[in-house]
Design a protein around this ligand. Structure first.
Ligand code: M6R
Length: 364
């Protein structure tokens, strides 16, 4: 545990190294491209793909939702993201121009495995994005990429989520550079990936600020997380982390849905964590915060370093450094992991082994 009281905290602090391990030997900066040995044997089929369906569960599903934006931005593929537990019951039309990408830390999740088996039966190429070397999903997919993140012991997935997001960018870049992505666009992603470990360390150095905020927010029985675009999935992940280890009831929502239901929950006892980023959704997120504050809802905003408005409208803020738009979720999720961890610590729950949960779900 290297002096950490819990594996979860150790794994959160491992993340600069996790990113380095995910990238090591996999990027050619001058060509703005990635090299993924595990996909090499199927590269001809991969170049001819028209559609990619991402299947996964839990935190790995949230990585898939962010993966949709990454692939849509860097490739010309049509992308679907499906919970593995739902995918296998659909009436699917799969052929050799469709690949199914399974994302799994353990490589043993029963629903994800069943989805891959169903996809293979129907003739689709199957690709794995897995952490555990030699696991069943790694063995049963046609090709794949490992996270090389070492073991993740805490039941709450942290460093693997970050690793998955890094590798989704590398995979999309590999395909995208055969399609319309330019050299300069490729180089921009790679350079941003190279800066990530130090940016993550900067966030970790401010952990005490999140501990202070958690002391206040853990007193509320409920918590809403909102974001837009890629940050909708970060909101889902922040809510999953919090509910899973602290047992605080938490929901993640696309901020654009607030007026379609959830805003009726808001009062002075129902806090919201709002995720802002420096993109086209920024002004709409500020509006969302104002609407929540107008109904006396406490708001804690996670925003970027240069933002001047959030501190005027939210009760509390935490800033993360800015990076390439496609990598921003990697930085925004880290304060949410720490926030969930400290809330759970104040509540005295079993952080590494939450009640009723197992690290990998091998039985339906
Ligand atoms: O091993 P996998 O990535 O396939 O596991 C998927 C989920 O069971 C997992 O991410 C789960 O949601 C975590 N406990 C979340 O922290």
């Amino acid at each position: 545990l290297k002096g950490f009281p819990h594996f979860m905290l150790k794994e959160i602090y491992d993340q600069p190294e996790t990113v380095r391990n995910a990238c090591r030997g996999r990027m050619i900066v001058s060509e703005g491209v990635s090299v993924l040995g595990g996909l090499q044997s199927k590269m001809e089929e991969i170049k001819n793909l028209r559609k990619l369906i991402i299947v996964s569960c839990g935190t790995s599903y949230h990585a898939g939702l962010i993966g949709r934006y990454i692939f849509e931005n860097l490739t010309d593929l049509n992308i679907e993201v499906e919970l593995a537990s739902e995918f296998r019951y659909r009436r699917l039309r799969l052929d050799e121009t469709t690949a199914v990408l399974a994302i799994s830390q353990s490589g043993e999740t029963i629903d994800t495995l069943a989805a891959i088996r169903e996809a293979r039966r129907k003739g689709a190429l199957t690709i794995g994005l897995v952490n555990v070397v030699g696991s069943t999903i790694a063995r049963e997919t046609d090709c794949g990429v490992y996270c090389h993140a070492g073991p993740e012991i805490g039941v709450a997935s942290t460093k693997i989520f970050v690793s998955q997001l890094v590798i989704l960018n590398l995979m999309a870049l590999l395909i995208g550079r055969y399609q319309s992505v330019s050299l300069n666009e490729g180089v921009a992603v790679i350079k941003a990936l190279q800066n990530l470990p130090d940016q993550i360390s900067d966030i970790l150095a401010q952990a005490s600020q999140l501990e202070e905020l958690a002391k206040t927010y853990q007193k509320y029985p409920n918590c809403l997380f909102i974001g837009r675009q890629m940050h909708t999935a970060v909101a889902l992940e922040g809510a999953l982390k919090l509910k899973e280890i602290s047992y605080i009831h938490a929901e993640g929502y696309a901020a654009g849905e607030m007026k379609h239901g959830p805003i009726s929950l808001i009062d002075e006892n129902f806090p919201t964590i709002a995720l802002l980023s420096n993109d086209a959704s920024y002004d709409k997120m500020i509006n969302n915060i104002q609407e929540i504050r107008a109904r006396s809802g406490p708001v804690f905003a996670i925003t970027y370093t240069g933002d001047a408005q959030a501190e005027k409208v939210a009760d509390d803020i935490f800033r993360v450094p800015e990076t390439h738009e496609l990598l921003q979720p990697i930085l925004s999720v880290i304060p949410l992991q720490l926030f969930a961890y400290y809330c759970a610590r104040f509540r005295g729950t079993e952080i590494d082994k939450p009640r009723n949960l197992a690290k990998s779900v091998t039985v339906e």
